[in-house]
Design a protein around this ligand. Structure first.
Ligand code: NAD
Length: 296
């Protein structure tokens, strides 16, 4: 049994912390929002009085926060309260630069650290089936892996500090652009008289096959569990997809990588979000594509 500090009890963090408790770990958790702490406490997560208190005697401290600024602020606050030998793991999706800065903060205190962003969404967080993409030293990974296994089923070491975040934004660049491509294909098919099911039956067994089509189809019908069958209730929100595409764009700019499609996808999700649709599942982008296609 490990003693684990957990900071950030939002949509993802609360069920992740609850799974640690269910697995028998001793957890002390904190969030700046009282409602988030109350909700987590109701699912059995012990609450600490402040962020630093979660680190007292902790073997591992996990953060699950909105962005890089919050992660750096919390790590700056909590690191001095950690005992020697504590492992810090950030599971948030943040920019690569901030992730590497967080590792540097930990290293300056002699504390081991990992960046370990996730894919799998709130459903994966609840079911403890998340995929963790992990950056950091091999020894830190070996220590963190058993803890991450309490919350996920696939734990992949991606290399040095920050590489977990690199893997995450590269994956979501593929996901964000492929969802738009699949949506464009369905709208084009509709306008030319092709049924959704016929396109699905062909493309799912042909070279257009991809996860956005076969696991998360943006039209209702072919994949019954996809958000399209539930009025595009998220799932993974368009706001979070936009966030990740912006992170990918910033990272690409920082190293001079050409990601023209990723940049265009970010613009499309931005327009969709500005129409007040940011809270919908990102696969609802098909409605935007369809609307933009009206009039002829
Ligand atoms: P969320 O907004 O629901 O939760 C974030 C929590 O952090 C909130 O409860 C907030 O009060 C808390 N917080 C903010 N600043 C804090 C501070 N200084 N100290 C303590 N707590 C603080 O977000 P989420 O959906 O749980 O996502 C968390 C991270 O996981 C994000 O980086 C997101 O991009 C990533 N992510 C989310 C999903 C998803 O489907 N929701 C999927 C993959 C990755």
């Amino acid at each position: 049994m490990a003693t684990i500090g957990f900071i950030g009890l939002g949509n993802m963090g609360a069920p992740m912390a609850a799974n640690l408790v269910k697995a028998g770990e001793a957890v002390a958790a904190f969030d700046v929002t009282a409602a988030a702490m109350q909700a987590a406490a109701q699912s059995g997560v012990p609450i600490a009085t402040n962020a630093a208190a979660t680190a007292a005697n902790a073997d591992v401290v996990i953060t699950m926060l909105p962005g890089g600024q919050e992660v750096l602020a919390v790590w700056r606050e909590v690191l001095p309260a950690a005992k020697a030998g504590t492992l810090f793991i950030d599971c948030s999706t943040i920019d690569v630069k901030s992730a590497r800065a967080a590792h540097a903060l930990a290293a300056a205190r002699g504390v081991a650290s990992l960046d370990a962003p996730v894919s799998g969404g709130v459903g994966g967080a609840r079911a403890a089936t998340l995929t963790f993409m992990v950056g950091g030293a091999a020894e830190a990974f070996a220590r963190g892996k058993p803890v991450l296994e309490r919350m996920g089923k696939r734990i992949v070491h991606c290399g040095a500090a920050g590489n977990g975040q690199v893997a995450k934004i590269c994956n979501n660049l593929m996901l964000g652009t492929s969802m738009i491509a699949v949506s464009e294909a369905f709208v084009l098919g509709e306008k030319l008289g092709l049924s959704h099911q016929a396109l699905f039956d062909v493309a799912s067994a042909s070279s257009g096959q991809c996860w956005s089509l076969t696991s998360y189809c943006p039209v209702p019908g072919p994949v019954p569990a996809s958000p399209a069958n539930n009025e595009y209730k998220a799932g993974f929100t368009a706001a979070l997809m936009l966030k990740d595409l912006k992170l990918a764009k910033a990272a690409a700019d920082s190293v001079g990588a050409q990601t023209a499609l990723g940049g265009h996808a970010a613009d499309i999700y931005q327009s969709f979000a500005e129409r007040g649709e940011a809270a919908k599942d990102f696969s609802a982008i098909i409605n935007f594509v369809r609307e933009q296609s009206k009039g002829r």
